[in-house]
Design a protein around this ligand. Structure first.
Ligand code: EPU
Length: 424
């Protein structure tokens, strides 16, 4: 196993490009299962998670090829509809193939994901939605076995919580169902809009985008098409906070500032210099001025609120600020695993239930330590803290980071960071 070593307290200066979004790539790759022919996806990040979903597609009979960030996926011969525990346990987003497989083959058997490091994360909304479409779902031996009872029909689904992957799974099932489906209280994350664009490119009839209600008029068949993956707003947000924490001046290119409304507002409030262009963001923080960094409160919310996937990183930044703030996590019940690790670097954080009170370390800053990555975004908060801390930080279990950050070491090194991988 490898660990990441950081020698911190160096300003980050220069420019980096932002990769395609992991959480858009995963559903879009799954959606290729809906139609025979050769699909083309561009701007696809090369990550552990995208590799996992591609090996899953290979098991189902798809043939794919990668050329740089372009993927061609031929889904003509899909005949196998079972996804094993071994794949789902490494990436719960594997459940995204349920909707497309039910729509294309009339059946699917996918291992039930268990709880994970950030919460229980059930998939009851997915299953209840499929049942609304006339699909029988049985839970047996740890698997969800879904089978169409006659031809799948559309239906009205109201999600109790605007779940991202439930919205995606139900849309992908409904595009080939008989009749009309209305998804109410649908998620509005930009990744959902990207999937709607792809499904429309494939011939789907969908009304609504960035709306809480999505209407889908089922069509009898879809065709292969080409779609570009949107920029990764979470990767962009992570680098913005890394520069704000370590100090420096960096421009992020190929990103979408309009997908980060809540974070950009909070960074402004905290005193971080932010300038946005059409597809770029420049972040500036004089390392000598970090004592001016103000602690500000956040509460995670569904889009366009503050994203839960940027909560841990904001906590790392705030632990370097001045004053106190409250960070409230409302999406997942157990997303504070990074707190104990950040404390090892000297962060002063107290948690109570789903709130964390952070007391900024002010001019004293943080100091390097050995820490452990517990999940993807927790790991990136440790990278941010390590880049800002004095001395050496060693982060073990970095396979978590490799799930979601493309070329992290090269990107940071290009900005002047001292960071490298070593065998444990
Ligand atoms: N929920 C249920 N039942 C369901 C589905 C969700 O109770 O059937 C609950 C969840 O337990 C959670 C809330 O609803 O409390 C919202 O979860 P959601 O379903 O929206 O999350 P997700 O679709 O499983 C995606 C991202 C996550 C991101 C969340 C929230 C992908 C592949 N994953 O997960 O990304 O945190 O939305 O924005 O899109 C990450 O990239 O690190 C990551 C965890």
């Amino acid at each position: 196993m490898e660990k990441l070593v950081i020698e911190g307290s160096r300003p980050l200066v220069g420019a980096i490009n932002i990769s395609g979004a992991k959480n858009a790539a995963l559903p879009l790759i799954a959606a290729t299962l809906l139609a025979p022919g050769t699909h083309v996806l561009t701007n696809v990040p090369d990550l552990r998670d995208t590799r996992t979903i591609l090996s899953l597609l290979s098991e189902l009979g798809a043939v794919w090829q990668r050329d740089g960030s372009t993927l061609t996926i031929d889904c003509t011969d899909i005949s196998y509809a079972e996804v094993s525990y071994d794949l789902v346990k490494t990436m719960r987003a594997s459940v995204l193939v349920l909707g497309p497989l039910i729509a294309r083959l009339g059946m699917a058997k996918v291992s039930m994901p268990g709880g994970c490091a950030i919460g229980e994360r059930p998939i009851n909304f997915h299953i209840q939605g499929f049942e609304r479409f006339g699909v029988r779902c049985k839970l047996e031996h740890g698997y969800v076995a879904a089978e169409q009872d006659g031809k799948m029909h559309g239906g009205s689904v109201h999600l109790d919580i605007p779940s991202v992957t439930a919205t995606e799974n139900l849309m992908m099932a409904a595009v080939l169902a008989d009749g009309t489906t209305v998804i109410k209280n649908a998620a509005r994350e930009p990744e959902i809009g990207n999937l709607i664009d792809m499904l429309r490119n494939m011939g789907a009839d969908i009304e609504g985008r960035d709306t809480a209600e999505i209407t889908i008029n089922g069509v009898s068949r879809l065709h292969a098409a080409q779609t570009e993956i949107i920029a990764d707003r979470i990767e962009a947000g992570t680098y913005l906070m890394a520069v704000a924490a370590a100090g420096g001046r960096t421009t992020l290119t190929d990103c979408e500032p309009r997908h980060l409304p809540a974070l950009l507002e909070k960074l402004n409030e905290a005193g971080v210099g932010i300038t946005t262009g059409e597809r770029s963001i420049t972040v500036e923080m004089d390392p000598g001025r970090r004592p001016d960094l103000r602690c500000v409160d956040i509460k995670t919310m569904v889009y366009p609120g503050y994203p839960t996937d940027l909560q841990a990183q904001f906590m790392a930044l705030m632990s370097l600020g001045n004053g106190n703030c409250v960070i409230k996590e409302t999406i997942f019940e157990n997303r504070f695993m990074h707190v104990a690790e950040l404390r090892r670097l000297g962060a002063r954080i107290q948690t109570e239930g789903n709130s964390a009170v952070v007391t900024g370390s002010g001019p004293q800053g943080l100091s390097g330590a050995r820490v452990m990555a517990t999940d993807l975004r927790a790991s990136s908060s440790l990278v941010i803290a390590g880049l800002a801390a004095s001395g050496r930080t060693e982060i073990s279990r970095i396979y978590h980071l490799e799930r979601g950050y493309e070329n992290l070491v090269d990107k940071l090194t290009g900005l002047g960071a001292r960071v490298w991988k070593e065998d444990e």
